[in-house]
Ligand binder design. Structure first.
Ligand SMILES: [Zn+2]
Length: 766
């Protein structure tokens, strides 16, 4: 499921889950036969017959229901006191099926946060079977009397009577639909697959419907979408992706087991109910990435959550992380691997930057506390770990292991250990270290690769590689290594090598088919390590290119290929005297560009607590209120063994968010620091929020200078020499217009000014 709004209301952890689990072991519900009369809206009349069996002898059992019990029958015997918390079962044999029939009055009921429960809105009535604020989170009991937990799976018959003129859409396969003389509709639905209570859904409205068929690998599936808002065409467009997505899911995870695919567009949020997915109504007519990914996420639950269900809510990442991983797989099916990698990389960036903040610390996926069951760690880091399992095992082994798991555990429950053991047994790959670190442990691993091309000898094909690790949000590191490194030739040909070691570091000398220029760890984004990667291929004269997942912008005056790794771990090594603190992140820049060609790099910073930024928390705990922007410094070292030193930079942006701009980048490592400005560095502030770009810079003899700035208004362009003396000025300039200032070789400051802006930037006349 996905909440409509992206923040979670936290509830207080109540100590009753253990008790619920204990009671659950005493009884197993096999089948529910439920008649609901919704013709009058709320309150409504219900008549439920449960076929159950005892799993151990007990004198009484309990059922959960939001509503009033009118009458109760046990094994055909009417009970004088219709109390669902004490249903007498003394004398009934263990394993002998018997019936409990409950006549009841139900009503509108929605959790405090306004999400899970049974909604009776003015134009649609529908239930959402999970409550963020409920304990337990499941809420089948909003609609019918049940054993309400994640693991008691049963079959269902739903017999619906609707309000006159309205029609029903429910979970299961439609058995019959007739309209009575009074205008009420009578329909019967059957869920023949074992299903937990929270996935059972009912609804009624004056539904408009789109009907289609999705042709897939293991069969053709009827598709229906019930909606009120939007047009037939817009709904069809939004769901067109299923023609590629369903076959992809079946190839990856095995057959779709639920007979038909159904969605209803509701007012609140999205929920993966069997055959009858509730979808936020704005998503049912939208091609936005969020809408398309939610349609795929909820369908992904048909495998992750609905077919194999977490045994306890503490392993919700199996359901929710798995379904979010399905959104990535769907993106790959529709748009290809580059697009899905990009989608994944943006999520990884957000997870590394914010999840530990929103979830109150770095948390392990498994054994998640109740009030963080549906937090970002479960969804977003959970997705990362599924993605990483795919990379760790490789596509063919991972998907074969997943199809085996989906078949062998179909309609069952499992916890993280059972998941690990199933995948390991089938693939033959030991997953103990992987699960210990990524699932049972908190935090991330940051790998750092050092490669000596030529290995210090005379064979240029030889490489001496060292791979080290650093824990992020944890004191642990991976006890063994299994990572891919891609080597680039001087022509940008690539070759990938996997490095494996039963201990935590790699130190190897080996030979490549070409003389490598540089290498990048996990270039194909197969691991969810604590680094985000972007690349820019710049042409002469191309505009500044933003690599937002790597928090850097680059531009160049000649063709350049820049690969930026943004590591979400602290830089290490010797810092210059005067450095007060360093950022908890650093960059590694690689690539190919001409010697002497100027590649300009702009390094992103965001002040702690500045939450208007798209990238809030980027410098949390490093650059905060007390720090002056002028004390920010850019540090550089060409490689590991060197000491860090301060690079000259200019500033762009404002005190809350902006860039430290360095004019001539070299390959190597970069980080930010807060320095004592009396000891280190000179900073040239740029006023105003807008950016100004000078091109080319350095400016050659006889070349025209182009000033680009984001304004339509004319401005005055002034050029000052290093001593502050104005050497050239022109009024009425506009952005992009070539200028011919006559300048001698040297360093200058270009200033532009009008009523709205005042910007300055350094220019080198070479
Ligand atoms: Zn979900």
């Amino acid at each position: 499921m996905r909440k409509k709004f992206g923040f979670f209301v936290l509830s207080i952890l109540l100590g009753i889950s253990a008790m619920a689990a204990q009671v659950a072991d005493s009884v197993d519900v096999l089948d529910y036969d439920i008649a609901l009369d919704l013709s009058q809206g709320t309150p409504f009349q219900g008549d439920a017959t449960l076929t159950v069996q005892l799993l151990r002898p007990c004198a009484s059992i309990a059922l959960q229901l939001v509503g009033t019990v009118d009458s109760l029958e046990v094994a055909g015997v009417r009970q004088a006191v219709p109390d669902l918390s004490h249903i007498p079962t003394a004398g009934i044999s263990v394993g002998q099926p018997f019936t409990i029939r409950v006549w009841y009055t139900g009503r509108s009921n929605v959790e405090a946060g306004g999400w899970g429960g049974f909604h009776f809105d003015y134009n649609m009535h529908y239930n959402l079977g999970v409550g963020f604020d409920l304990d337990p989170h499941v809420t089948g009991r909003s609609v019918f009397p049940c054993r309400d937990n994640f693991h008691d799976k049963a079959t269902y018959t739903l017999r619906m009577r609707t309000r006159a003129g309205w029609t029903a859409e429910c979970g299961g396969m439609l058995q019959s639909r007739t309209v009575a003389a009074d205008g009420t509709e009578h329909s019967v639905w059957r869920i023949a697959q074992p299903t937990p209570t929270y996935l059972v859904s009912v609804s009624q409205a004056a539904w408009k419907r789109v009907h289609d068929t999705v042709a897939s690998v293991h069969g053709d599936y009827p598709l229906s979408v019930g909606y009120l808002f939007g047009s037939d065409n817009s709904v069809r467009n939004a769901f067109a992706q299923l023609d590629s997505v369903v076959p992809m899911f079946e190839r990856c995870f095995g057959p779709y087991r639920w007979g038909r695919i159904g969605y209803i567009a509701t007012h609140k949020g999205s929920m993966e109910s069997v055959n009858n997915i509730a979808l936020d109504e704005t998503f049912s007519i939208s091609m936005s990435e969020q809408a398309q990914s939610t349609i795929a996420h909820e369908l992904g639950h048909a495998w992750f959550g609905n077919l194999i269900t977490c045994a306890e809510e503490g392993d919700m990442w199996i359901n929710e992380g798995g379904a979010s991983f399905c959104s990535e797989v769907a993106k790959e099916a529709v748009h290809g691997r580059d697009a899905s990698n990009n989608y994944y990389e943006r999520n990884l960036e957000a997870v590394l930057r914010t999840t530990y903040v929103t979830d109150g610390g770095y948390r392990s996926l498994s054994n998640m506390p109740h009030n963080y069951t549906y937090g970002s760690t479960t969804y977003d880091k959970g997705w990362m770990v599924w993605h990483s399992l795919r990379g760790y095992l490789g596509d063919s082994l991972f998907y074969a292991s997943m199809r085996n798991l989906m078949a062998s555990c179909a309609f069952g429950n499992l916890d993280a250990m059972q998941l690990r053991d199933s995948l390991a047994a089938y693939s033959g790959v030991n997953l103990d270290d992987f699960f210990d670190f990524h699932v049972f442990g908190a935090g991330f691993v940051n790998y750092h690769v050092d490669a000596l091309m030529g290995a210090g000898g005379c064979d240029p094909h030889l490489v001496n590689i060292t791979i080290g690790q650093q824990g992020v949000g944890t004191a642990d590191i991976m006890p063994s290594v299994r990572v891919p490194v891609t080597f680039f030739s001087h022509e940008l040909d690539t070759v990938k090598r996997w490095f494996e070691a039963p201990w935590s570091i790699v130190d190897e000398v080996f030979s490549l088919p070409f003389a490598p220029a540089f290498c990048i760890l996990d270039y194909d984004r197969e691991l969810s390590d604590a680094a985000t990667l972007a690349e820019a291929h710049l042409q002469e004269g191309s505009a500044s290119q933003e690599m937002s997942v790597a928090h850097i912008k680059v531009r160049a005056d000649h063709a350049a290929h820049v690969y930026a790794e943004h590591h979400w771990g602290s830089p290490w090594g010797t810092m210059p005297y005067g450095v007060l603190s360093t950022a908890k992140r650093y960059w590694v820049l690689n690539g190919l560009w001409e010697e002497g060609s100027a590649v300009q790099g702009s390094f992103h910073y965001v002040r702690t607590g500045y939450n208007n930024s798209t990238y809030a928390n980027l410098d949390r705990g490093f650059y905060h209120r007390a720090a002056l922007r002028d004390s920010l410094a850019l540090l550089y070292r060409p490689f590991h063994e060197e000491n860090w030193k301060v690079l000259p930079h200019t500033l762009e942006g404002n005190a809350n968010e902006g860039y430290l701009v360095a004019d001539s980048l070299m390959p190597g490592e970069y980080t930010l620091a807060i320095v004592d400005t009396h000891i280190l560095g000179v900073v040239h502030p740029v006023f105003g929020k807008k950016e100004m770009n000078l091109f080319p810079n350095p400016l050659g003899r006889g070349q025209e200078l182009v000033v680009e700035v984001d304004t339509d208004m004319p401005f005055t362009l002034s050029i000052y020499d290093e001593s502050g003396r104005m050497v050239w000025q022109k009024e009425g300039c506009v952005s992009g217009q070539p200028q011919r200032p006559s300048l001698r070789k040297g360093v200058y400051w270009v200033k532009i000014e009008n009523k709205h802006i005042s910007l300055q930037s350094k220019l080198i006349r070479s």
